[in-house]
Every structure is written in structure tokens, then in C-alpha cells.
Design a protein around this ligand. Sequence first.
Ligand SMILES: [Zn+2]
Length: 426
Amino acid sequence: MSQSTLIKRQFGHRARLSLSPAEVLKADGQAHAARTMWNLLHAWWQMMPRERRTLGHADAAIRQAREDIDFLAVLPAQAAQAVLKTYFRAWKNCWEGRADAPNFKGRFRSVMSVDIPQGRDLNITRVHRRWGVANIPKVGRVRFRWTKDLPVGKRANAENRITGARLIKDALGRHIAFRVQALEVKPDPHQGPDVGIDVGVTVPIALSDGETYEHGEWLTEKEKARLLRLEQRAAQRKQHRKPGERTSRRLHRTYDQIAGLRAKAKRRALDWQHRTTTVIARTYGTVVVEALTITNMVKSARGTIKEPGKNIAQKSGLNRSISGEAWGRTVTMLTYKTAQLGGTLHKVPAPGTSRRCSACGFTTPGSRENQAVFVCKNPDCGWSGNADHNAARNVLHLYRMGLALIPAAGRAVVRRAKRVKPAAAR
Ligand SMILES: [Zn+2]
């Protein structure tokens, strides 16, 4: 076998954790310390003059904080370093226009996580068909569900190994997310046809060949009624709370129940996305999607203080449904799944794909009848059909015209104008 057929792949694997009450206390303590570290770092950053905001100075500040504040010591030094690294990465993402500026992390609204940057510290072993154990610094040996053959023990080598992990506690539960590096045989080029995908308004996913992927509601009527009841109860309890009073155990319990139901909806949505993207990646060789930037769409709808956006309510409704469908996650899944199966994913600039007629190629004003139906107003054409299929065909057309955005470093990157000023300039 020649070396050229092997390619390096990095991916994450999330496994459910099973912790004893003592381990839960330790893990939560670490997560709270990591969050505090982030907040201290953010306060430090805002206080510092621009020229002192360097990694070196930040590192010194972190070391000082670990000496001065007792409870920060529960966080392993490497995890503290990882917080620093993530914080600087967050600014970089912001400056390069991929994300908002980092902010303070609240106690209840943020996902709790602790990084374990060194894979060798984990010392993972499989102890049962369904269980593995891993070493978490300052927590101990913890059990996790074994659902994927991980490169550990004899199967691990320089190319195939676990490079790190992260403990996560969110609405979906407690998990450990492993970072895995593997050397795999490069797949043969996928021989399947080309396809354009539109993120639909009436259908979640519409393909250029007429195929659609739909899903029902994520929650049943009964579950939705229960969610509404719980939300009303939480609002009521919150209202009766006196200023400065601590949130009651009962209110916390209601919050937990709400989070549980939302997590259930999210798990169902994730499951649907995984099944759909797998089918698409298996069927088609070239997949073309619109380069939608969802954060931008939300922002442009809102507008600025001087020039408030038009139709804010409608646009934010659309935004909500886009966020609900989690288009970004679908694209991420498609990116790695097509790559694994020898296919490719391309992004094309989105403007106009919903207004142009895919039959005659003209954009005639008033052609889109409503969200669902497209009727071409070009007197020589008159084509009519599903608006989402029309858009999907336009997406594919743009790709065939050679208008795909250039992927960078193996990942499709959306080129955006650098309008975000570095925070240092504020
Ligand atoms: Zn037409």
C-alpha cells in the first residue's frame, strides 16, 4: 500500500459519562473554576491597555490568580492554559468575522466544560463491551459509554491516537468529547451525480433533483403542552420572587424540566440531521449549498440604531426557523460526511437564488408568488413550481458556472467583508 492513499483525519467523538456523586462534585467544581477563570481573563482584558493584551501577560495574570484565589486550584494547570488558549481563539474568531466578541459567562446560561489538552493523561481502557474508563486529572477514573472503537492501547500509535478531550455538561447531559486523530485510507472519488441544496422555508431541505427531506415536529402535542405549562410556571415563580432573593429549589427544578424537554427536541433534531446528511453524502458526489451566514442575517434584520431594519418581526421569525433547523450544523455534517465518502461540498454565494427562475435564467420582479410557489413572470417562460426546488436548482447552476467559494484548509470558508473592528480599538 502506498503512502499517498492514506490521509490524516481529525474528528470528535462524544461519549456519555457515568459519574458517581463524588465525581460529579469534583467535575462541577472544575467547570465552575474554568468559567471563573474565563471571566477573570475577560475582566483583565477589558482593563488592560491595548499593548499589554498579550499571551505572555495573560499567562502571568492567570498564574497570579491561581495563587491568590483558593478555589481556582481545583482546576488542573493544563485546563487553565486551555481556557487561556480558547479565550484568545475567541478574539481571533471575532476579528476574522466568524463570531461575536467574547463575553462574560453566566452561571446558568453557559455550557459547563473543562478541557483536558493532553491525550496521554487520559489513559483510556475498555473494560466492558459497553463501557470504557478514562483518567480525568484531579477527578479520577471515570466511566463512559463505549459506542465507537477508539484508537487506544495496542491500537494507538503516532498517527492513530486520542489527542485530548473535553468534559461537557449541557442540557443533553454529561459527556466526554474526545479529539481523535486517525490515518485513514483515502476514499475513491464519489461517482454520484451533482446536487444543489436549498435551505427551505416550506421544506427543511430541498434538492435540485426534486427530492425533499422533511421532518415532523420535534415534540409531540403532549410534550409541547407540558413545555408551555412548565414555562408558565417558571415565569410565575420568577415573578413572585422578591428582589435579591435566591432562586428557589422548586424554580431550579422547573428550569431543569424545561431544559430536559428542549434537550429531547434537540436530540431528535440531531438524529434527523444525521440520517438525512448520511443519505445525501452516500447518494451524491458533489453537493452544493448556499453560503448563508446566519449570524449576519439576524444582525442585518435588526439593523443599526440609526437605520433600524425593516420587517424585523418577519425576518426574525425566519431567523428563528433557520436557527431551529440549524442549517450551519447540517452543512458541517455534510462537509465531513461527503469528504469521508470521497465526495465534495461546495458553497456558492446565496443572493438571488430564491428570486431567479431556474428554467429561463432571468430574475423578473414579482416572480416568487409566496414562500412556497414560484411562478416566472417572464412572458416567454411562465415556468411555475416549488420555490425551494427552484432555489436548489439555482444553487447548482451557480456552481456549474464556476462561482463556488474557495475552500481553505480543507474546510469551506465563507469569504466575508472585514467589517468587525478589533476590540482593541475600542
Ligand atoms: Zn422563467
